[in-house]
Design a protein around this ligand. Sequence first.
Ligand code: KIV
Ligand code: ZN
Length: 498
Amino acid sequence: MAERLFIFDTTLRDGEQVPGCQLNTIEKIQIAKALENLGVDVIEAGFPISSPGDFNSVVEISKAVTWPIVCALTRAVEKDITVAAESLQYARRKRIHTGIGTSPYHIQYKFNSTQEKILERSIACVKYAKKQMEDVEFYCEDAGRTDNEYLARVVEAVIKAGATVVNIPDTTGYCLPSEYGAKIKFLMENVKDIHKVILSTHCHNDLGMATANTIAGIINGARQAEVTINGIGERAGNTSLEEIAMIFKSHKELDIETNVNTKHIYSISRTVSSLMNMPVQPNKAIVGRNAFAHSSGIHQDGILKNRESYEIIDPKEVGIDENTLALTARSGRAALKHRLSNLGIEFSQEKLDDIYEEFLKLADRKKDINDDDILMLAGKDRTTSQRIQLEYLQVTSGAGVRAVASIGLNIAGEKFEAAASGNGPVDAAIRALKKIITRQMTIQEFLIQALNKGSDDVGKVHLQVEHNGVNYYGFSANTDIIAASVEAYIDAINKFEK
Ligand code: KIV
Ligand code: ZN
C-alpha cells in the first residue's frame, strides 16, 4: 500500500506574507474552507501574536473548518505560544508551530547567541508548547544552511522534549535537491527516535528548486510537505501544492499518496489568485493558463490522435473542463450562481445581484465570459465600498496628439473634477487625478496583463504606490485598460486615505 504524505498548507501564513496580498478574515475563511474541501491535512492559519487581525483569523478559521488540523505559528517565545494556544481554542484538531533559527547566520547575527543556548531555547519552547496542547511542530529556521551534525542534535532534543512533527525549512531556497535530500536522509539515519515523529519539508523557491527539493526530501523519508496554492510566498515563493499533489499522482512508482482531491485544484488556484490579487504566471505548471494549451501544429495533431502523446495529465484531473460553456449576456443569475459556487465562492442574494449587474455590463462588452472573468468580478465587488470612487473618465489620445484626460471623483460623497494632459492616456489620467488628490505619491510598479485572449479581453492592472515611505498595493480589472489603471491607482490610494 502507498505511504501517506501529509499536506500542510501555509497559503494563509507564509503565502499571505507577500506584500499586497493581505486578506481580511472573511476571505481567509473562504480559502480555509476551500482548502478543507481540497483535502489538505493541516491549515497554517496565521501568526497570532503578529496582529489582532491574524489572531482573529485563526479563531474564526478554527470555528469554520471541521477536519483539517488548524495550526498557528509562533517564535520560540512563551508569550507567542500562549497567544497561539488561545487563538486555537475552538479548533477541533490543533497544532502549535514553534521554532527558532539554527544556522550560523541566525545564531550569530540574528540572536547574537551560541549553538548551546539555541538548543536550550528550542527544548524550552517545545516543553512550554506541550503544556498547551499535544500536537507541537518545531521548525529549525534556515535548516538548509545549518550544519547537519548540529541540526541532528536539535532535532533529537526537540523530539525528546515532545515535538510531534519537525520541520526542516530551506528558508532561503539555497539547497540543491541532492543536498536537501541528503540532509533528510542524514536525520533519518542519525537521530534517535526519528521514527516517532514526522519530518516535514518547507522549501522556498529562490533558485527555482522548491518543488525539486521537496520531492528529494520526501524520497528520503520526510512525510509532510509544507506548500502554498500557486506557490505563492515571500520573494520567489514556496513549494506549490498543486505540483506536489500532481507529481505523486503521476509517478505511481514513488508509492506515495496524498489526500488531495485534485479535481478542486483549478478552482482553488483561481480563488486564491483573485482574492490575493496575485496573477498566476501563464506558464505556471499545472494551473497556468498555458499549462494545457498546445499551439504548435505538430503538438495539436498529436493531441488529436492521442492525448497522451504530448500531455501527461488530463486537464480534467485538476478540474479544468474544456467543455464548460462560457457564460454570455443571455445567462441568468442561476447560471452565474452555479459557476461561482463551482469556483468555491458563495454570495448572499444581495451581493449576487450586484455581481450579476456587473456581469451583464461586462457581457455587453465581451462575448464569452469565462472563469477568470467571473473571479475578477467577484474580487471587484470587494472594492465598491471604498471612500474614493471613480465617477467618470474621458481620455483623448492617439498617434501624433498629446493625450488629454478629464476625471470625476466621488470622495466620501463629495464630487471633484479635474483635467490634465500627459505623454500618454494613463499619464494624462493620473495627472488629472493628482490635481484632486495632492498627496506625495509615486508609482513603484505598474503591471498590465490580459486575462484571456482577444481584443475585447479584460485587462488586469496591478500597481504599487509609495506614500510616506510605505508601499500600497492597488488592483483593478476592466475591458478599458486606461480605466483599469486609474481604478487600480485609486484602489491603492484608498488603502491610506481611509
Ligand atoms: O521559511 C521558513 O523558515 C518559515 C518558518 C517560519 C517555518 O516559514
Ligand atoms: Zn517559509
